[in-house]
Design a protein around this ligand. Structure first.
Ligand code: ADP
Length: 372
């Protein structure tokens, strides 16, 4: 029967079974007591003393009355127990079912996109734990949804900038406002490069955030890698009249990491240091080994970072000065990717800065191949 599929009627049914079994047993015991355990003869003789009834009819009458009264009492008590059992089980079922129904309703609302849905926390411990877990899950879903919306907004905003630039050049060419020469095409190519870098960064971001990045861990000396990256960025630094120093101990520093990914992190950090340091500034890359880690820091004496911005630096699309960073081609996801990459290789990436115009230092660690 479908009614027994409902928790309410199962609870009531279980209570009723207990009551019916209890009442039946009590009735049985009462019957045994009146029929067997208290022998007729004893009762009859007791009654004969008082009534001096020779036939014994009065004694039998009293005895029957006694048996009837006991059974009636037990039957009335049983009925009372039945009513009380029904009432308490219905109340219990209501207490259990109301929060469960609320949670079911809340889940349906969340499934329809109402992420602000929460349920009242009931007084009983176990149901309160279920309701609290539900509310925490709803909160987490709401945050994920908010981040998703923010991400879409950020991505479209970032895509719009180079697309608007490209569109401007194309329309200018069509209308004859821009000359049809190499310079115009070079400017257009710059916007396309910007678009491509953004798309590459977004792809990297989605992979690192999903933990899907494939690492090729190997043991290698990190110093030559740092020197190679610095040499690669040297023309950029020279164009800005910046000096880049590499400070390292004499001995080799063997790390267990993915060389390509370490290079990617270094390119981001040293590239940022060049980008955010005014002319005549200095960038220093230091590497030391403090077992069980190699510590690599990129220090500059550039524009620095205000204390209030430091906690957000590694969040996607965060830029301290968005107009300046966007002008220089930054999308604000380089540091997010770098931190995830360093985490994946078993290290940590942090940033410190004494304040605006006082430079900044980005430090990351990598596991040493051989702890000494
Ligand atoms: P972007 O591509 O915009 O540089 P990043 O994620 O690499 O993105 O950096 C995020 C922001 O952190 C930058 O926009 C900039 O405001 C700040 N930042 C990063 N490195 C430095 C630095 N060396 N000095 C000052 N600010 C920095």
């Amino acid at each position: 029967m479908s009614v027994w599929r409902q928790l309410r009627w199962r609870i009531v049914g279980a209570h009723m079974v207990v009551v019916v079994v209890g009442v039946t047993l009590v009735l049985l015991m009462a019957w045994l007591v009146t029929q067997v355990v208290v022998p007729d003869r004893v009762l009859a003789s007791l009654l004969s003393l008082e009534a001096a009834d020779e036939t014994g009819e009065a004694a039998a009458l009293v005895l029957n009355e006694f048996r009837r009264s006991i059974l009636l009492m037990v039957a009335v008590a049983g009925l009372g127990a039945l009513v009380a059992g029904m009432a308490t089980s219905l109340l219990l079922a209501r207490e259990i079912l109301r929060p469960l129904n609320q949670i079911a309703y809340g889940s349906q609302r969340i499934a329809r996109g109402h992420y602000g849905e929460r349920v009242a926390v009931p007084p009983s411990d176990e149901l309160a734990a279920v309701a609290t877990s539900f509310n925490q899950m709803a909160e987490a879903l709401q945050q994920v949804e908010a981040q998703r919306v923010l991400l879409i907004g950020n991505v479209s905003h970032e895509l719009r900038t180079p697309l608007t630039g490209l569109n401007g050049y194309l329309e200018g060419l069509i209308d004859g406002l821009f000359p049809d020469d190499v310079e115009t095409y070079a400017l257009m190519a710059q916007e396309v490069r910007r678009l491509r870098r953004l798309v590459d960064d977004l792809q990297d971001l989605s992979r690192v955030e999903a933990g899907q990045i494939e690492l090729h861990l190997a043991s290698f000396d990190v110093v030559p890698l740092i020197q190679r990256i610095v040499m690669r960025l040297q023309p950029q630094a020279e164009a800005e009249c910046l000096r880049i120093d590499v400070v390292h101990p004499e001995k080799t520093i063997l790390v267990l990491a993915d060389a390509d990914r370490v290079a990617q992190v270094l390119l981001n950090l040293v590239g940022n240091a060049i980008r955010y340091t005014p002319q005549q500034g200095c960038v220093t890359v230091r590497v030391t080994a403090v077992s069980p880690h190699a510590i690599i820091s990129v220090e500059d004496d550039g524009i620095g970072i205000p204390a209030e911005a430091l906690p957000y630096l590694f969040e996607r699309f965060y830029r301290v000065d968005s107009s300046r960073a966007r002008h220089s081609g930054g999308s604000g996801i380089g540091l997010t990717i770098s931190r995830h990459l360093v985490w994946a290789m078993g290290g940590e990436l942090t940033a410190v800065s004494p304040g605006p115009n006082q430079g900044s230092t980005f430090t990351f660690t990598l596991p040493l191949a051989k702890a000494f």
